[in-house]
Design a protein around this ligand. Sequence first.
Ligand SMILES: [Zn+2]
Length: 538
Amino acid sequence: MQTLELEGGALKQEYARFNYRIYELATPMQPGERRQLRFETLLEERGFPNDNPLTRIVENGTFLNNYEIAPTIGMDRDGLLQDRAKRRKHGLPPELRPAKLEDEAANEFHYLRRDSDWVTAELTLTTDIDQTPIAPGYTVSDTVRDGRRTLVTRTDAPIMHFFSIQSARYAQKKDTWRDRDGKTVELAVYYHPEHEHNVQHMLDAMKRSLEIFSERFSPFQFHQLRILEFPAYESFAQSFANTVPYSERIGFIQNYDEQRSDEMIDLVTYVTAHEVAHQWWAHQIIGAYKQGMTLLSETLAQYSALLVMEALYGPEQIRKFLKGELDGHLRSRGGEILEELPLVRVENQPYIHYQKGSLAMYWLKEVVGEEVVNRALHRLLEQFAFKPAPYPSSTDFLRLLREEAGPEHDQLIADLFERITLYDVRASDARARRLPDGRYEVAFKVHGRKLYADGQGRETEVPLDELFDVGAFAVEPGKKGYTREAVLLMQRQPIKSGEQVVTLVVDKPPRFVGVDPYNKRIDRNSDDNLTPVTMETE
Ligand SMILES: [Zn+2]
């Protein structure tokens, strides 16, 4: 911080080591009163360091967010001591954990920043003459003077006080999308000129995502949406208001067409859909700063992305996405050092809010129907979008979901969101025979088990009697040649604890059968749900 000036305030105390200053106002601020805060900060690298070089401001491909260059007001939990050893040394609980779900006072603040509600913004950004400056909002002016290029932008809808600014020697590709009411949204991808390969693919994914989300959740709030490539110092994409910085490492330097195979995921579309979904889930509603907060952003973004993938590739390909999520979830929960929490209480744990979130939301919509889930989400947006405190929590979503789904789905909602529920189903010993009418009857063994786990992984077996997908296939799902035509039969039937025989009748010779063949459930072993079929000869 170079300078800071607060209208009507004077510096009272400075803690230089922590970059913390306390100012005193001569007269107290009144409700609704406005004051100006002026500051000047400097972010620079002097010479070059041994390690951790500054990679945010670079010669070509700068990507900063306002946290990195502007002060925050007051005291934020993120400013508290995080290091476990140091916390212990000072007699503090070793973990700094968020407020409990039951803490209603925590709804006063959202989890992105404590000192700000939704804002409007006007930003002025100056950069090198041969670079394109980008900030959220619409261009008010874009001028060149004395060898510098200056952009002024203004927002047209409320945004989170958390925005990105970027500058690089970009090429750009534009497109437009129109919503049902005829509103036009300008789309663009800004990219390094040699990295054009996936750009049209991204624009297509943006259009499909906007179409699905605006029709099923609520209208898109902006008139523009841009993806901006940044260098591979980091490998993530992140959604800010109408602006999505996207690492070259995960979206621009791969040739997915060359790698495309029956097992590959269309990662460009998947990531793009997830980030576009954050324009709703984080940029229309934002969770209160307590347990469950990221369910309302990451889990709902995953759900939204799965809707896009399903629309593009068909429900019979959804296993590609779900199996990856399930395997990742199972691996990570084994490595949990603190406490595995039910989804409704997730404490920013990625294996829960992303991976378990995808599985829980997908199975939820399979059972209660997508329209029911989307209606609950639409009502959640109606109640909380762009509103100041109290901010919504994961329990607000469950309340609306229960209202829409009805009491018959209460147990399902509890199992998916409020408990740690695991299944262990497997298929084996499949034998098929040809029937006199030319069709095929296939019978196979299914073993079923249902478990509840506590936060430390201790499991208790409970009786299982639930509907599961069972299916028969001409080609093993996920393997070469597996298409919609390879699905001979998919139906839902009750599976109970222990061993049972499932019998299916199909028109063509079945090669594989399975229970939960697409891995929609949180099953402790994703690999034993499918089994090959032995054909009995007459
Ligand atoms: Zn996300």
